[in-house]
Design a protein around this ligand. Structure first.
Ligand code: ZN
Length: 265
């Protein structure tokens, strides 16, 4: 049922919503948010062909997709990564065209060659290395409309649950030195663990950035190749470990135009 038109492969991840729960034959979860099970399925109906890197050229005539690219993306889901709207990221929701592999193949010298810095930062956030003293920078803020009345276009998620900031803007941190994207995130919410509530206040949080660098930050609406529906997994399960897994979220706000302030380049 998951194989709608255009879907090549997908991964189903089952995450514990509380300590002590299990699924199938899995051990009990030690903490909420622990991944208990993950399964990757490839389109089985013969509409598309997959090829290993060595067989890709031979099967170019059948429009074969590169199996290695697809598997690296799906393994990202195994580790808990959601989709990214950064084009070069492995977690971009669209596969490379048939016969192509984007970026570098993994090698003995660079086993993480296929990853972008956006992917690497995402993995560092989920699995922080306690001995890492470099990638510990954070940039936090809120995306607010110049005209607060513009938010009236976004319906509240539920009565009394008002939206006070832009929900679903893509926030990108660009390394000032290289001009490459270091990390991206989506704006929109704050989890308040003590009150077990969710605020739709336009917050964003970029974590685990290298501190030996400076960054340009920009916000953009999801109106390009990646639409809100392509990354809907990001906007469900917000604060799920806080008991808010069933909460309603507002629609992603695409009704804004980011602008540089006149004093900046
Ligand atoms: Zn995916």
């Amino acid at each position: 049922m998951g194989f709608a038109t255009g879907v090549l492969t997908f991964t189903r991840v089952i995450t514990a919503n509380a300590a002590g729960v299990s699924v199938g034959a899995s051990a009990s979860a030690s903490f909420a948010g622990q991944i208990l099970d993950a399964d990757t399925l490839f389109r089985p109906d013969g509409q598309v062909t997959f090829a290993t890197p060595a067989a890709l050229a031979t099967h170019a005539g059948q429009g074969a997709y590169d199996l290695e690219s697809l598997l690296i993306h799906e393994f990202g889901h195994w580790f808990g990564l959601d989709h990214s709207a950064v084009w070069r990221a492995v977690m971009f929701p669209y596969a490379p065209p048939p016969g192509q592999f984007l970026g570098q193949r993994p090698s003995a010298e660079a086993p993480d060659g296929p990853l972008s810095d956006d992917d690497r930062t995402g993995i560092r956030v989920l699995y922080p290395d306690p001995n890492d003293t470099i990638d510990i920078g954070s940039i936090r803020g809120e995306v607010l409309p110049a005209n607060p009345f513009a938010l009236a276009l976004v319906p509240p998620a539920s009565p009394g649950n008002f939206v006070t900031g832009i929900f679903g803007a893509q926030i990108v941190a660009v390394s000032a030195g290289t001009g490459s994207i270091a990390a991206s995130a989506f704006s929109g919410w704050t989890c308040n663990a003590s009150t077990n509530s969710l605020l739709f206040d336009g917050s964003f949080d970029l974590e685990r950035l290298p501190t030996n660098n400076s960054y340009l930050i920009y916000a953009e609406p999801l109106v390009g190749l990646v639409a809100p529906s392509d990354i809907s997994d990001v906007f469900t399960d917000l604060c799920s470990s806080g008991g808010n897994s069933e909460c309603a979220t507002p629609a992603v706000d695409v009704n804004f135009n980011p602008r540089f302030r006149p004093s900046t380049p």
